[in-house]
Design a protein. Structure first.
Length: 173
């Protein structure tokens, strides 16, 4: 983690952050990886500030790796003309696309195997309903299946059906 003296002006904070990152990269041979999750929630001013911080005067190395992860809105934000120079600096851009129907089923089965589930817990119509209600978005798939399992357990049943999925989707969406 980065350390430094307390600063009262943004410009001093930005300079201190840059110095710490360069210190790690040059003197300790450590390339910091800075991850910002939910970056779609950043406002334009935050992105401009990030651009200032990442403006290193180093020709020989990239002293840090910044990973911004977020929803599609993030791409829309950083593609704006005012942030074009920041967008052009991004070396790798990757967007996860929603899972297909078959991938959704395999995703659920994989997670069930991770928790040592030995039996098939969903009917085929339940898998179809999960895909339909989630749009193939991994986080939503997980939320729906977890809620469905609670509903099924409350009813003392061991297999999820389409109705369980629909009830769960109403709760989590």
């Amino acid at each position: 983690h980065l350390k430094g003296d307390k600063a009262h002006f943004k410009s001093h904070v930005f300079k201190a952050i840059q110095e710490q990152i360069i210190n790690y990269a040059v003197h300790k041979s450590i390339i910091p990886v800075i991850i910002m999750d939910e970056a779609h929630l950043l406002i334009e001013q935050n992105i401009k500030e990030l651009q200032i911080i990442t403006n290193f005067q180093c020709d020989t190395i990239d002293p840090a790796v910044f990973i911004l992860s977020g929803q599609e809105l993030l791409i829309d934000k950083i593609r704006r003309n005012i942030l074009n120079s920041f967008y052009q600096r991004i070396a790798l851009k990757y967007m996860l696309t929603p899972l297909t129907k078959e991938e959704t089923k395999k995703y659920i089965q994989h997670h069930l195997r991770l928790v040592k589930s030995e039996q098939e817990l969903l009917t085929e119509s339940a898998y179809d309903a999960v895909f339909k209600m989630s749009g193939g978005k991994g986080r939503v798939v997980g939320d729906i299946v977890r809620m469905s399992m609670r509903i099924c357990a409350d009813d003392k049943r061991q297999k999820l059906d389409e109705e369980d999925i629909m009830k769960a989707a109403q709760e989590v969406l």
